[in-house]
Ligand binder design. Structure first.
Ligand SMILES: [Cu+2]
Length: 485
């Protein structure tokens, strides 16, 4: 019994991402019936062999552009991608065979996006982290059937940030993202252009979209086969869709914009030479000042932007490592070049604060995240498109308390995401949040038993989802909706 109880705890720790180092025999020996889970392990992640040069996704060409407005077409489509040499893997993508391009828009611009569903199944186009009206948000209400198209239009009011887009159809989000539907949306503004930080796309400013997948023996993506009700994990990490990636760069300062686009896996990242780096941005944009750290955690759907100073690195290769020993990206260093960004960032990057008036506000919305597998719930309910769980006035700041309810099995991490808003974290378990949570967030990962108080404001109107961003939990109905008017 001792072993089972221990195993139960190990399993829940595994859900926090620590399971990779587990002895596989321990996993096999566990009493599965005690778990109340269909699949209880997180697949062990292999290290990158470092053979394929990472490429930055293409920047999407606008259909039209003038001083104040820009328009794009985004097409969800199926295709085949040569992820492995000489092998065609059936995939999904946006305007590409696999994954999507980067869309760049500027604060203040009026943006039109033509959405086209060229898939043989329903999909939606959700703009994760973007503050747009419920009609533009692309939640499960905004379904496009095969062959259908739609047009959305919005004005960008947010500051510079790294956002992303992905499908959100009910019960199919996990599968469609797994097959390749995900892309990045960058917002630029005057600050991001003015700051003395790396900003040349694909040269010193790289996106890293982290996604773990399992391929079948013939190198296909078989979602049904690898699907896990508690979040699908894979043994193979793709970065920007590249398997066994490496990055070759000059010895200079680089900026990495990391998106965890995985269905459920969280990453804990560091460099194998132990070097420190600076986090400059979180989900919704710049932090007030850079945070110097040697390790960073990133839960599903979260983004972090880091500045890595390679100028003083003596080695020719350093590795970006997940947990203890899984190399996810070898970085090969070429000659030193005179870097224009030598100075430390001294000026404030942002001026975010939470007023004492907001901090004193009473909690008006309580969210309880609970369960595992198919029994996941929010406030003891599953998503019902015909039920509005909460209402809130446009631009009104309310304090939400979000709790990951610990159960007898200890439970697991739930990354909680709200559509249509960038919120601020007031406290975690009554304490001021750590620096990496001090910026704007649209997703916050809570460990079992953790409780967060967040200040939430919706700048636009409409019906928005709030949900767990483990995609299979979301597909299992761990989602509610709020009407903002
Ligand atoms: Cu969850």
């Amino acid at each position: 019994m001792k072993k089972i109880a221990l195993a139960g705890i190990v399993v829940s720790l595994g859900m926090l991402g620590a399971c990779d180092q587990l002895d596989r025999n321990d996993m096999k020996n566990m009493d599965h019936s005690a778990m109340n889970m269909e699949h209880e392990t997180i697949t062990e992640l292999k290290s990158s062999l470092g053979v394929n040069e990472l490429n930055a996704p293409k920047l999407l060409k606008p259909d039209q552009e003038d001083r104040d407005s820009i328009s794009y077409t985004v097409r969800a489509q199926q295709g085949t991608a040569e992820i492995f040499d000489g092998i065609k893997t059936k995939t999904y993508g946006y305007n590409e065979d696999f994954l999507g391009p980067v869309i760049r828009v500027e604060k203040g611009m009026n943006v039109t996006i033509h959405l086209v569903n060229d898939l043989k199944e329903d999909t939606t186009f959700h703009w994760h982290g973007l503050e747009v009206s419920g009609n533009e948000d692309g939640g499960p209400h905004n379904v496009l059937k095969p062959g259908e198209s739609d047009t959305i239009n919005f004005t960008v009011k947010q500051d510079a940030s790294t956002l992303w887009f992905h499908p959100h159809p009910m019960h199919k989000t996990g599968e469609q993202v797994f097959k390749g539907l995900a892309g990045l949306l960058y917002i630029d503004d005057k600050n991001s252009e003015r700051f003395d930080i790396p900003k040349t796309y694909g040269d010193d400013d790289y996106p890293l979209i982290l996604q773990d997948k399992t391929f079948t023996a013939d190198k296909q993506l078989d979602y049904d086969k690898t699907m896990n009700e508690d979040g699908t994990t894979g043994d193979t990490l793709l970065i920007n869709g590249v398997v066994d990636p490496k990055l070759t760069v000059d010895r200079k300062k680089i900026r990495l914009r990391i998106l965890n686009g995985s269905n459920m896996r969280s990453y804990t990242l560091h460099f194998d030479n132990g070097m420190a780096f600076q986090q400059i941005a979180s989900d919704g944009g710049f932090l007030n000042k850079p945070i110097t750290t040697e390790e960073i955690e990133i839960a599903p759907a979260e983004r972090v932007e880091i500045i890595v100073d390679l100028t003083a690195v003596k080695r020719d290769v350093i590795n970006l490592v997940h947990q203890d020993a899984t190399t996810i990206l070898p970085i090969h260093l070429k000659e030193s070049i005179d870097n224009p960004q030598k100075a430390k960032i001294t000026e404030p990057l942002n001026n975010l604060e939470i007023s004492s008036q907001v901090k004193r506000k009473k909690v008006t919305k309580t969210i309880k995240l609970a369960g595992m597998g198919k029994s996941v719930t929010i406030n003891n309910e599953k998503y019902d498109p015909n039920r509005i769980d909460f209402t809130q006035k446009q631009n009104e700041v309310q304090v939400w308390e979000v709790e990951n309810v610990k159960d007898a099995m200890e439970g697991m991490n739930h990354p909680f995401h709200i559509h249509g808003t960038q919120f601020q974290v007031i406290s975690i378990d009554g304490k001021e949040p750590v620096g990496s949570l001090s910026g704007l967030k649209d997703t916050i990962s809570l460990k079992p038993g953790q409780k967060a108080k967040i200040a939430v404001k919706f700048p636009e109107k409409g019906i928005y989802m709030f949900h767990c961003h483990i995609l299979e939990h979301e597909d299992n109905g761990m989602m509610g909706q709020i009407k903002v008017d």
